[in-house]
Design a protein around this ligand. Structure first.
Ligand code: ARG
Length: 277
């Protein structure tokens, strides 16, 4: 029996979401986004989290920042400490200060906030397990940011190299399922041979995704330890999760796939300081 734990998430409504530029292979500015459908899908995701008993906080969207809906890229919060983002592409640079302002002015309980020195796209490339901070590089976050995150959070960082441009962020290729027991799922084809070997060594029982499930962004998933919200098309993963005792919850995020993002990209997790700290 898998036990869910209540989470606190930060999401940013898609008020200004569109595909206006292309910074990953999913983005084609000639393919229009349906704004009403995008809002409907985003609200559905938000309401599902709330329905599962999680807290969803809202970050105000900023005009001219169409990718800001992908809140996971704006900061990494572990043990109540906040490491801001520094975006690789100028199109998204303005999102970082908007996130920092939210933590400084709007949110309670975050005293330790760091403006980063090196390029990191936050939870796009950082995944938190019980033992490790898994960190992607190759397309967006700098390896120098991995050292910076290790020093700031005091958690051992495992650097992983992404090699397929479709899986340009770690969270498009890997998701944490149980953050108390170091259980993850990932698509091996997204990683360099060395990184694949590292993952196999650290996570011998990981759930391995097929190319088909990866291609519908099935790994861009959010787990509370029991319920795993993932793109609806990832049928193979949903069945495999069920076999392992998880409750897969398929959600339709088609409009966001046009920008190369899905469930996890829209969801930043605010991980509290450990009790008594
Ligand atoms: N269009 C955005 C970009 O390329 C999508 C970001 C998706 N977010 C994520 N956490 N993978 O930057």
């Amino acid at each position: 029996m898998r036990i869910p734990t209540p989470r606190r998430y930060l999401m940013c409504p898609p008020a200004h979401f569109e595909v206006a530029y292309s910074i990953n292979p999913w983005m084609d500015p000639r393919k229009p986004v349906d704004p009403a459908l995008a809002l409907f899908q985003w609200e559905d995701l938000r309401d599902r989290y709330r329905g599962l008993g999680h807290t969803v906080e809202i970050l105000d969207p900023v005009p001219g920042l169409p990718d800001m809906v992908f809140a996971a890229n704006g900061a990494t919060v572990v043990d109540g400490r906040v490491l801001g983002a520094r975006f690789a592409n100028p199109e998204r640079a303005g999102e970082a200060p908007a996130h920092l302002a939210w933590f400084r002015e709007r949110a309670a309980g975050f005293a330790d906030i760091r403006e980063p020195e090196h390029v990191n796209e936050a939870e796009g490339d950082f995944a938190v397990t019980a033992g490790w901070l898994l960190a992607g590089q190759g397309f967006r976050s700098s390896p120098l940011a991995h050292d910076e995150a290790q020093e700031f959070f005091g958690r051992p960082v495992i650097s992983l190299e992404l090699t397929d441009p479709r899986y340009y962020h770690l969270d498009t290729a890997l998701a944490v399922l149980d953050d108390t027991a170091d259980e993850i799922m990932y698509y091996p084809g997204a990683f360099s041979p060395g990184s694949r070997a590292v993952l196999a060594r650290l996570f011998p029982d990981a759930l391995l995704a097929t190319a088909e499930d990866a291609a519908v962004l099935g790994l861009n998933a959010v787990s509370d330890g029991r319920n795993v919200l993932l793109p609806r098309g990832a049928a193979g993963l949903a069945a495999a999760l069920r076999d392992r005792g998880y409750e897969p919850v398929g959600v339709d995020m088609s409009e966001f796939h046009k920008a190369g993002g899905s469930v996890k990209c829209c969801t930043m997790e605010l991980r509290p300081a450990p009790a008594g700290a």
